[in-house]
Design a protein around this ligand. Structure first.
Ligand code: GLY
Length: 255
């Protein structure tokens, strides 16, 4: 009963296995344009152990999401979803999030969200070449089919630094050291998720505190830079996964 009355009903679902892929997409209700794929790491601890969290880190692109799988997803999931919403008289415009699992029986939808993902966005948007405002305008004007959306030929990695104990009980208000006066680290972009500024000091204020993100010519190099950034930042009981991107690296050819 930790969730009160919502715990009175139990839903039993099929247990699906396989690599997870997050595909955020732009849609104006008629056209759907998938963004660069990404991979979230939902469990709190290394080796995909421990409780589920909002996401402990991400990489993009997701090497399990091959062009062939992308084509299959477009035909069997993305377009049917957009067309079904149109048919119901509820066309959706904006960012549609497809949370997929690549099972032995093919790609399956785990969840839909009508929003960007966190921490997927942290690795997807830095790879976007086209101006996001131009894309938003095309969505608004229902002209997405007339826009060529371009992506950088790079990889991105984000390592989430969380408060010790997250996603269960954790302490906040702890000073964070290692960040510069803009709350950043050289070579990375640090997203502030659970921080606050008090008397000129940056303090923790949530479960997932920082998303330390880097882009590079390869996933290996993006991970190296993001982890080098993480090493420079400290706060009491800081917790982060040491294996972000390891599963993705296994799917890539050895260089
Ligand atoms: N990272 C999972 C989500 O944004 O729902």
């Amino acid at each position: 009963k930790i969730f009160g009355e919502s715990g009175s009903q139990i839903v039993i679902e099929e247990f699906l296995t396989g690599p997870e892929v997050s595909v955020l997409s732009f849609t104006d209700g008629k056209t759907v344009v998938p963004m660069v794929s990404s991979m979230d790491h939902k469990r709190a601890l290394d080796g995909d152990m421990g409780p589920n969290t909002g996401g402990m880190g991400t990489v993009a692109p997701n090497p399990y999401y091959t062009p062939e799988i992308a084509r299959e997803c477009m035909e069997t999931i993305f377009l049917p979803t957009i067309h079904a919403m149109q048919k119901e008289g509820r066309p959706f415009q904006g960012c549609l999030y497809f949370g997929l699992m690549l099972t032995p029986k093919g790609p399956k939808v785990i969840e839909y969200n009508c929003r960007f993902g966190d921490p997927e966005t942290q690795v997807v948007l830095p790879l976007l070449k086209t101006d996001l405002v131009e894309i938003m305008q095309a969505i608004w004007e229902e002209k997405l089919d007339q826009l060529e959306i371009q992506w950088k030929d790079e990889s991105a990695a984000c390592v989430v630094m969380a408060s010790g104990g997250y996603p269960k009980k954790y302490t906040t208000g702890l000073p964070i050291s290692g960040l510069d006066e803009n709350g950043q680290i050289e070579g990375c972009f640090v997203y502030h998720a659970g921080t606050k500024l008090e008397d000129g000091k940056i303090l923790t204020s949530g479960g997932r505190v920082l998303g330390v993100t880097a882009t590079a010519d390869s996933l290996r190099n993006a991970l190296k830079t993001a982890y080098a950034g993480v090493e420079k930042i400290t706060f009491q009981n800081a917790h982060y996964r040491k294996d972000i991107g390891q599963r993705a690296l296994k799917a890539l050819p050895e260089l």
